[in-house]
Design a binder for this molecule. Structure first.
Ligand SMILES: [Zn+2]
Length: 62
């Protein structure tokens, strides 16, 4: 489902637009995409941190 008008200024949005032409407000779909990207980044960082931690622990308990 695509958003027809801007949340901030109510201007009509181009189909699948990421930003409003009038005020620059992000569309809801774009906000969702950004949230998803941030979540993936956090997961990725967590996985690396976990690997480093596991490696460190394995070195201590040798
Ligand atoms: Zn707007």
């Amino acid at each position: 489902m695509s958003q027809a008008t801007c949340d901030r200024c109510q201007a009509p949005l181009v189909k699948d637009a990421s930003y409003c032409d009038g005020c620059g407000q992000r569309s809801r779909a774009a906000i969702r995409r950004v949230r998803l990207a941030v979540r993936i980044e956090i997961l990725f960082f967590g996985a690396i941190a976990l690997m480093v931690l596991a490696f460190a622990v394995s070195q201590i308990h040798r």
